[in-house]
Write a protein that binds this ligand. Structure first.
Ligand SMILES: *[C@@H]1O[C@H](CO)[C@@H](O)[C@H](O)[C@H]1NC(C)=O
Length: 218
């Protein structure tokens, strides 16, 4: 029932220009709100502005991963997000909204997460919240690119098809594989223990050479 759902639907879609580093992760940011709550951490920046401008500010600041917004126009940019750490709490305070900022997600995908049990019962509504959901065998968030470095890498194999890559991830023997990167030219598959927005969206590099996809977790 609706009154039990603490998070409200997709709030804003922001298109912004990007800086010279040509990282385009900020082209679409979607903020999902939790009304009358705020994330109890020290903000990296606090300004007085509209909620639309607040999301824009976040979308153009590489450090910003979520937002507390008060109806008195207080905009707090945060360099972390609710599901990042089990010790974080969403404190209840009238007039505040906590917003998870999700980058480059499709509306259908966001709807899936907002209707999930984890969202309804535990306020874990962002696709970044991977601790309170069940990993499925379907994949989403398909995009051309890769997570730079090995922070999220479990291991890799060569000479496999995309289908084999996806199946091996699902039944990975040494770790929980939640995303893959596939390099068709050399048929190489990299198994990942974190998604691109769990490490930090900034580490994701767009490239037509590789295909990245994530397992649905709801
Ligand atoms: C807005 O509300 C917050 C939370 O109650 C408070 O801390 C802050 O001082 C208020 N700011 C203004 C400008 O009224």
């Amino acid at each position: 029932m609706n009154f039990l759902i603490p998070f409200i639907a997709v709030l804003l879609l922001v298109a912004t220009s990007t800086d010279v580093s040509a990282n385009i992760r900020y082209v679409h940011a979607r903020a999902v709100t939790s009304t009358d709550h705020y994330l109890d951490v020290v903000p990296i920046e606090e300004t007085l502005t509209s909620s639309v401008m607040c999301v824009k500010l976040c979308a153009t600041d590489v450090r910003c991963l979520s937002i507390n917004y008060h109806k008195n126009k207080t905009c707090q940019l945060l360099d972390t997000f609710y599901c990042k750490d089990n010790t974080y709490v969403l404190k209840s305070e009238s007039g505040f909204k906590y917003m998870d900022v999700d980058f480059n997600r499709q509306p259908d995908e966001m709807k899936l997460y907002q209707n999930s049990v984890a969202c309804v019962s535990q306020n874990r509504c962002s696709p970044k919240c991977r601790d309170a959901c069940v990993l499925r065998s379907a994949y989403s968030n398909v995009v051309n690119g890769y997570i730079d470095g090995t922070l999220a890498t479990l291991d890799d194999t060569m000479g496999v098809t995309m289908g084999q890559c996806q199946n091996t991830c699902i039944s990975h023997s040494t770790g929980v594989c939640i995303a893959i990167q596939y390099f068709p030219i050399i048929q190489s598959c990299t198994y990942l223990s974190m998604t691109r927005d769990m490490v930090h969206p900034e580490l994701f590099k767009y490239s037509f050479d590789l295909e990245y996809r994530e397992r649905v977790c709801i």
